[in-house]
Design a protein around this ligand. Structure first.
Ligand code: ZN
Length: 376
């Protein structure tokens, strides 16, 4: 009897030791470590000219097979007007989205007084982050230019190209050879970029062995061809490559990264009122969105914001009989202009900090919120 109770006592003692030990380990694990910023990486995706009707038309043409951007957790709207026009151009809209400043149509990275304004990529660079831009028109074209350059006129693409050389951007993938190596001043900016340490290529294949460091792709004299004319998967592939290099560079610098990806040619197809082209360009852009969302899934602290700079073409989806009689032509696509329109455009946000974009915003609010997420 005495022996049994001694064994029981030992068992109870051992159990208590294990329980208290477990409790201590669990307490230690729950002591909060130094707070890290919620948002470490930002992928900012801009479908140039991509309005809600363009996205809807793409859904219809795909029989409502879900688009990647439908995975977005928070949806907002933004007002696109510029400082001098209800109907913005891509330069003023690009500057608003990049620098948080409304400016006049045609301005790249300068305010209404033609003074340079710091853009969100430059903010990230100043914070020691890796940065990049990906586009399918020239990298000196309005949208990517707004994340790098500061010029009074979007047409000054030679000067914008020179500002790539003056920046500390890690990767820039798109077209625009003309503005780097066939310039009015005969400067060879490709050679100068190589001297500065950039691996320069005219194709994605040329960077197959490059996994970190500084790199540029100028894959066309100006813009790459449209999807309908054979561009193939350049945009999603360039997005994957940019993410690979930026991830490596950010890791080496113990920082995060900022990447802007533009679906550049949705706009061109909408200017041409070509619905088939619009749908093809949105599907291509959506393939890049999928890559960004998947990256955010596997890299906590990554924010993805997908939006447009303005709507192009005034696209509506109509049934041209007022009795809504489906026995007749059930629906048709109608473009009301060859230019831009003034409607609000959607915002799709995903990942860390995405909830901040679930509102009606000014276009200028977007980089302002991004800046606060990176610095707070
Ligand atoms: Zn645009």
């Amino acid at each position: 009897m005495k022996k049994i109770s001694k064994t029981l006592r030992t068992v109870i003692e051992c159990t208590l030791v294990v329980l208290i030990g477990g409790l201590l380990i669990s307490l230690i694990n729950h002591i909060p470590t130094e707070k890290e910023p919620e948002v470490k990486n930002i992928i900012f995706m801009i479908g140039d000219g991509m309005g809600i009707s363009h996205i809807t038309a793409t859904m219809i043409e795909q029989d409502y097979a879900p688009l990647a951007l439908e995975r977005a957790e928070y949806i907002g709207l933004q007002k696109t007007y510029s400082a001098n026009n209800l109907i913005t151009d891509s330069a003023a809209a690009g500057t608003a989205l990049a620098a948080g400043t409304k400016t006049y149509n045609g301005a790249i990275g300068v305010d209404s007084d033609k003074q340079p304004v710091e853009n969100i990529r430059e903010v990230a660079e100043r914070l020691g982050m890796a940065t990049g831009v990906v586009a399918t028109y020239a990298v000196t074209h309005a949208t990517p230019a707004s994340f790098v350059g500061h010029v009074e006129s979007r047409h000054d693409q030679d000067r914008i190209a020179k500002q790539f050389l003056d920046s500390d951007i890690d990767v820039f993938f798109g077209g625009g050879q003309k503005f780097f190596s066939q310039r009015a001043d005969s400067l060879d900016l490709v050679a100068k970029l190589q001297e500065k340490g950039y691996t320069m290529s005219t194709s994605l294949e040329g960077l197959a062995d490059v996994h970190s460091g500084k790199a540029g792709i100028l894959a066309a004299r100006k813009g790459l061809p449209s999807i309908l004319k054979g561009r193939d998967t350049f945009l999603p592939d360039a997005t994957t490559k940019a993410l690979e290099i930026l991830t490596a560079n950010a890791k080496a610098a113990k920082s995060g990264f900022f990447l802007m990806v533009e679906g550049s040619q949705i706009d061109g197809e909408a200017h041409g009122n070509n619905l088939e082209g619009v749908v093809a360009e949105i599907l291509d852009f959506d393939a890049a969105v999928k890559i960004a969302f998947d990256y955010a899934d596997t890299h906590p602290g990554t924010l993805v914001v997908v939006t447009a700079d303005h709507e192009t073409g005034g696209l509506t989806i109509i049934n041209n009989n007022n009795r809504f009689d489906v026995a007749q032509n059930p629906y048709e696509y109608h473009f009301s202009t060859g230019g831009h329109s003034g409607g609000m455009v959607p915002i799709f946000a995903y990942g860390a900090g995405a909830d901040a974009f679930s509102r009606v915003l000014e276009n200028t609010d977007i980089p302002t919120i991004m800046k606060s997420l990176l610095t707070e």
